[in-house]
Design a protein around this ligand. Structure first.
Ligand SMILES: Cc1cc2nc3c(=O)[nH]c(=O)nc-3n(C[C@H](O)[C@H](O)[C@H](O)COP(=O)(O)OP(=O)(O)OC[C@H]3O[C@@H](n4cnc5c(N)ncnc54)[C@H](O)[C@@H]3O)c2cc1C
Length: 324
């Protein structure tokens, strides 16, 4: 019996969120008196696989099969389900991101398991298995009990600290024996966006709303973003009006992000916007209206004109960097 974690890597290196969910899984396994198996799919060197032991993984199942590079959710779900069956996993954990949300429901169907998505902390209890999640776009919490033998959850980023918990870890090559006909899609080619910080992985995000007045005013935000090594984001009307690309639109109908720091300039903080950013560790808002709802969600707020505040922030960051 074990807790199984679906890990994600970027060009062979595990993402921070993988360390988070392995740490989270280790805490659950401790409560259940079981162990943690991490499933790694793709080319990750043994040294990197071993690092998962630092966060409490007892075993890593290593699948190296080029066909999975096409990120075919059907085949990936097959592989996870087979790993879960092999390990007798009772809890299967995914990150609550595009990949996790696409694969977890398929795995749940295959294993006849109850699924709760967007879990925000350790289980309220493990027997019965009760987890907490945000509902109504983060306006309230619900405790949900999973009654099936196998439980599948997706875990919201930034909801659990990365915890060093060194464990003896074994690496095992695993071939889930997936036939070619199980792969229903194939990526023919990819066009990588270069020179940009990937928004969904960014530690810092600088974001602008309609308060920025027009696309010609983004120079300051871009300079600030570059200084901070940040990803760039925007509210939906900004991309709807064509000021910025839809790639940058965050919220209920856009990307869901969870950086350590989210900086919102001229964004009102509508519920649909907050739905995409509420897992950020710290939210800083700059808005000239002291009644703007964004201030309810913000950890730090500046009531002021973004066009005056942005140059001052740029100078402050430059000064900080110069004095380092
Ligand atoms: C089904 C549905 C889905 C949606 N999905 C999304 C989504 O995914 N993401 C999203 O963002 N929205 C979404 N929306 C739209 C959402 O409801 C809001 O309309 C939108 O988020 C508002 O964007 P905004 O804050 O940039 O603009 P506004 O609401 O126009 O707010 C502009 C803000 O800028 C401030 N401001 C103005 N000038 C300055 C200045 N010089 N300096 C500082 N502050 C200034 C104002 O005080 C105001 O608070 C959705 C709506 C619906 C109905």
């Amino acid at each position: 019996m074990s807790v199984l974690v679906y890990t994600e890597n970027w060009a062979g290196k595990f993402k921070k969120l993988t360390h988070e969910i392995v740490s989270f899984a280790a805490a659950i396994a401790k409560e259940m008196g079981s162990s943690v198996t991490a499933l790694s799919i793709g080319h990750v060197a043994d040294d990197e696989l071993k690092t998962l032991g630092q966060y409490g993984a007892n075993k890593v199942l290593n699948v190296q099969d080029d066909r999975f590079e096409s990120l075919d959710n059907k085949a990936l779900a097959d592989a996870v389900a087979k790993a879960a069956e092999k390990e007798g996993a009772k809890v299967i954990i995914f990150a609550h991101n595009n990949e996790g949300k696409a694969i977890a429901p398929r795995v749940a169907v295959k294993l006849n398991a109850g699924l709760v998505s967007g879990v925000t902390g350790l289980p309220v209890s493990v027997d019965p298995f009760v987890v907490r999640k945000k509902v109504f776009t983060g306006k309230a919490f619900a405790n949900v009990q999973i009654n099936t033998d196998v439980k599948v959850i997706t875990f919201a980023q930034n909801s659990y600290e990365v915890v060093e918990n060194p464990t003896e870890v074994t690496i095992e090559v695993f071939d889930p024996q997936i036939g070619d006909d199980e792969f229903s899609t194939k990526v023919l080619d990819t066009h990588k966006i270069t020179g940009k910080v990937l928004l969904t992985d960014a530690e810092i995000v600088v974001s602008g709303g309609r308060g920025m007045k027009g696309p010609e005013n983004w120079g300051g935000l871009e300079e600030l973003g570059e200084l901070l090594g940040a990803g760039m984001a925007c509210s939906r009307p900004v991309s709807d009006e064509g000021w910025r690309s839809h790639e940058e639109h965050v919220g209920q109908t856009g990307k869901i992000i969870a950086p350590n720091l989210y900086m919102a300039f001229g964004i009102s903080g509508a519920i649909q916007h907050l739905g995409g950013i509420s897992s950020s560790k710290y939210i800083v808002a700059v808005n000239k209206d002291p009644e703007a709802p964004i201030f309810e969600a913000a950890d730090y707020g500046i009531v002021g004109d973004a066009f005056k505040v942005i140059p001052q922030l740029i100078e402050a960051v430059k000064e900080l960097k110069a004095n380092k």
